[in-house]
Design a binder for this molecule. Structure first.
Ligand code: FES
Length: 99
């Protein structure tokens, strides 16, 4: 389990190891966009990771390609559906403002 804090929504919870951030958010009924259903194909689930990126699975080429295709800097954003919680600690993220 990791402590997940969504900084700009004032939400904090204990996220399950082995689950991705989108799954964890949806389980807790966080209003987190996910147009492609968590398939690394839309970029609407993007988040900025403020702290604790080392507690998440590494960013893959597919994730980088999807972010880039939609005009988001892969070095500044992650796709929540591709960020699997890998251990304990704290993870702080920020959801972009709605477009
Ligand atoms: S939900 Fe579409 S890329 Fe994550």
């Amino acid at each position: 389990m990791a402590t997940v804090r969504i900084e700009n929504l004032g939400i904090e919870y204990e996220g399950e190891t082995g689950w991705n951030l989108l799954e964890c958010d949806l389980l807790r009924e966080v209003d987190h966009p996910h147009d492609c259903g968590g398939n690394c194909a839309c970029s609407t689930c993007k988040v900025a990771v403020i702290l604790g990126g080392e507690n998440l699975s590494p960013q893959g080429e597919d994730e980088r390609d999807t972010l880039d295709a939609y005009g988001w800097d892969p070095d500044a954003f992650r796709l929540a559906c591709q960020c699997v919680i890998q251990g304990g600690g704290e993870i702080v993220i920020r959801l972009p403002d709605p477009e």
